[in-house]
Design a protein around this ligand. Structure first.
Ligand code: SAM
Ligand code: SF4
Length: 335
């Protein structure tokens, strides 16, 4: 089948799938404490998720990242991973991976590795148990650290994703780096993005520019920019003194949209062609209306890709104002 090419000649080979909007944490930059979640009937069933992802894979998607909400709290989720593993075995899919808060990894790391998950992203913003409890509201640090150990023991490469938060983890920059070096974990920093209402929290109060973070790193280490690109937003540097590779995801200080190779499917079957734009396509309707004929779904996917915009408009540069704010939460589109 012809591959998916958008109007800016970008080939779409990467699908991120949010399998649930629910979560066992309430990170302050991601969710309000009291969230209203979607009624379960709105969600794609595991079998529908399988058909949806298989359609994308048939159209040239080679990498699938499962996210949420917290993907590992979705009931029966291993059935879905098992279904996707068949595409790894056939060679159609190059990589099956997930982004998780790590709370359930002690239980799931080994079975995920057995199914062919080789790399995993674990979100972790602090190594201090009290601060961890504050930022996640409901999480326990030890549970996540145990999960990371389980993933390593299962042979998975673990990447830590840390949201850079002003006044929160600025003082942990070097402890986090040291810990990742000792544990042989990759590390990527992310700028906080204007996604969804969070109750009493203020985005601009949380925003710590990675330009500033990088300058602090350069005070202590010799940084070399690496040219490698994953088609994604991360840019990498190597620290000469430790050999570590550190990633930066900087939606606010840089725009990385020109090489974007991805689209995002929500747990209700909406396809967002850009994380930072409101336009989306409802793929659940063609999927449900035509259970035995994939053609209408494929046509809807192609039509959606033909509307993929050039990029997002996030911007905090105007004093006190946020441009490009999205009403939906990160947990809706899948971070
Ligand atoms: N629950 C899983 C987790 O935390 O890894 C997967 C979903 S979570 C929405 C995916 C990623 O989005 C996490 O690394 C999280 O830190 C990040 N995230 C959530 N809200 C964000 C925001 N407003 N700005 C930047 N990153 C955000
Ligand atoms: Fe849950 Fe992940 Fe959002 Fe934290 S960032 S509330 S763990 S979905």
């Amino acid at each position: 089948m012809a591959p998916l090419i958008d109007p800016f000649a970008r080939a779409i080979r990467y699908l991120r799938v949010s399998v649930t909007d629910r979560c066992d944490f309430r990170c302050t930059y991601c969710m309000a404490e009291h969230m209203t979640f979607l009624p379960k009937a709105e969600l794609l069933s595991l079998e529908e998720l399988d058909r949806m992802c298989s359609a994308f894979i048939g159209m040239g998607v080679e990498k699938l990242r499962i996210t949420g909400g917290e993907p590992l709290v979705r009931r029966g989720i291993m059935t879905f991973f098992e279904a996707m593993a068949r595409h790894l075995q056939s060679g159609a899919l190059q990589e099956l991976t997930l982004t998780t808060n790590g709370s359930q990894l002690s239980r799931f790391a080994a079975p995920l590795a057995d199914l062919g998950v080789r790399r995993i992203n674990v979100s972790l913003d602090t190594l201090d148990p009290a601060k961890f409890a504050t930022i996640t509201r409901w999480g326990r640090l030890n549970q996540v650290l145990d999960g990371i150990l389980a993933a390593k023991a299962a042979g998975m490469r673990v990447k830590i994703n840390t949201v850079a938060l002003k006044g929160f983890n600025e003082d942990e920059l070097f402890p986090l780096l040291d810990w990742c070096a000792r544990e042989d974990l990759d590390l990527t920093f992310i700028e906080v993005m204007p996604m969804g209402e969070m109750g009493e929290e203020n985005r601009l109060d949380q925003y710590w520019s990675l330009r500033d973070l990088r300058a602090r790193l350069a005070d202590r280490f010799t940084l070399t920019d690496l040219l490698e690109r994953s088609g994604g937003p991360a840019r990498y540097v190597r620290l000469a003194e430790t050999g570590q590779k550190i990633g930066f995801i900087t939606p606010l200080t840089h725009n990385f949209c020109e090489s974007c190779n991805r689209v995002r499917l929500t747990c209700t079957g909406e396809l967002y062609m850009c994380l930072g734009q409101e336009d989306m396509a409802d793929l659940r309707a063609p999927l449900r209306l035509h259970p035995d004929d994939p053609a209408p779904l494929e046509a809807a996917i192609r039509d959606a890709i033909s509307r993929k915009p050039k990029g997002h408009d996030f911007d905090y540069t105007r004093q006190g104002a946020i441009r490009g704010q999205m009403t939906r939460h990160m947990s809706h589109t899948g971070g």
